[in-house]
Design a binder for this molecule. Structure first.
Ligand SMILES: Nc1ncnc2c1ncn2[C@@H]1O[C@H](COP(=O)(O)OP(=O)(O)OP(=O)(O)O)[C@@H](O)[C@H]1O
Ligand SMILES: [Mg+2]
Length: 363
């Protein structure tokens, strides 16, 4: 196992995660929908790509829509066309099945959808994929990474189509993954009797950060593989700073390998700080309220709901309603920046926690 700078593609590239790979492989072939949830950089995409490597699959990365305020069905169709096109070289017969779908045309190995999205029937595309898979004795897995971003779609609702596929298309299954776990559940509305997906069983895989022992072992193995000797002291310091977040541990590993020395950890933490600050400030800008910044400032060591309220009122010099405090905290939780542990709200990411009192998000 070596440190990687991008998602793993093969199970042999993964440290640990054997149980999750087994569960996901079973579920992808035997359940209609599997949810893979976990905070940022815990290794969701790597798990999914590696575990489904030998399966017939379509991978749609909805993270592309993260910076957008809203998306249309056209944006989704463009992504679908791209990932479907990659499947075409697999089978001449797939081209035959798909070319019968209204509003879809195929040139060489490239799929295009009709200019007018009203001419495109997504259920017919799913039907064609299912019929093809069934006729070939295959199972097709459709992966939608960061699926909660589809909640920004205006003028079109994909949920009834997912529900249709769930109920009728036995050779098609879905893996929905997301790091904004609250938003993912809000989007799928699994507990809402009015939701098209209400009451349908979904296999859940919750990806957790590595334990301290695993993190230390991960670093030792990565450095050993690279033929680099590193002191236990530095490895321990790295895990103090980076917790069990495999994305950060990998970043540190790669930084150290390219330039071994005591400065490597600071350098990696510096890069990571820039990344998380930008992610958080993008969220603040999208939400349009600086109160999120104040709350993150207050949460360095964790705080209760009342402490957050008191801090906000102190900083703004005026009363703030209970419902506003609750709403702000809920948004931070739904977007994966904060989690509630017992009675306290704490910042999820060790790097954001580290810089939380300095985050300003000035334009
Ligand atoms: N089990 C693992 N063993 C070794 N490296 C891993 C493992 N899981 C992830 N990585 C590495 O950690 C980094 C982050 O992984 P990945 O992108 O899969 O996480 P993610 O949860 O999808 O992150 P994000 O929330 O940013 O989408 C990548 O460089 C990847 O190669
Ligand atoms: Mg990912």
């Amino acid at each position: 196992m070596a440190f990687l700078d991008r998602p793993a593609e093969d199970p042999s590239e993964l440290y640990d995660r054997e149980a999750e790979v087994r569960q996901l492989r079973f579920s992808a072939l035997n359940r209609a929908v599997t949810l893979v949830v976990g905070f940022r950089r815990v290794g969701k995409t790597s798990l999914i790509k590696a575990a489904t490597k030998d399966m017939t699959r379509i991978y749609i990365d909805a993270r592309r829509f993260e910076g957008m305020n809203y998306i249309t069905i056209r944006d989704f169709l463009n992504e679908l066309a791209k990932s479907l096109s990659q499947l075409l070289p697999l089978s001449r017969r797939l081209i035959d099945f798909l070319s019968r779908v209204r509003g879809l045309s195929i040139m060489g190995f490239t799929i295009e959808f009709s200019e007018s999205t009203r001419d495109v029937s997504i259920p017919s595309i799913f039907d064609a994929l299912n019929d093809w898979a069934s006729s070939e004795g295959k199972h097709l897995v459709m992966i939608i990474d960061e699926v909660q971003e589809l909640s920004k779609m205006r003028g079109f609702n994909l949920l009834p189509i997912f529900a249709y596929a769930y109920d009728n298309l036995r050779n098609l299954s879905f893996i929905f993954a997301g790091s904004k776990i609250g938003m993912l559940y809000n989007y799928l509305r699994l507990n809402d009797p009015n939701s098209p997906l209400y009451g349908r069983y979904m296999e859940l895989i919750e990806l957790k950060p590595f334990t301290r022992e695993q993190s230390l072992d991960f670093l030792r193995r990565g450095f050993s593989k690279a033929g680099i000797t590193i002191s236990e002291d530095i490895i321990n310091k790295a895990v103090d700073e980076l917790d069990g977040i495999v994305g950060w541990l990998s970043l540190f590993g790669l930084t150290y390998i390219s330039n071994p020395g005591p400065g490597a950890l600071d350098k990696a933490v510096g890069v990571a700080s820039g990344i998380v600050e930008e992610e958080f400030c993008n969220f603040v800008r999208a939400m349009g309220s600086r109160r999120y910044v104040l709350i993150i400032n207050a949460l360095k060591h964790g705080a209760t709901w009342s402490e957050v309220k008191r801090y906000l009122e102190l900083r703004e010099g005026r009363p703030i309603s209970d419902s506003e405090v609750t709403k702000l905290l809920r948004k931070l939780v739904d977007n994966g920046f904060v989690m509630k542990v017992n009675n306290e709200y704490v910042i999820v990411d060790p790097i954001l926690r580290r810089i939380s009192d300095r985050v300003k998000c000035r334009d």
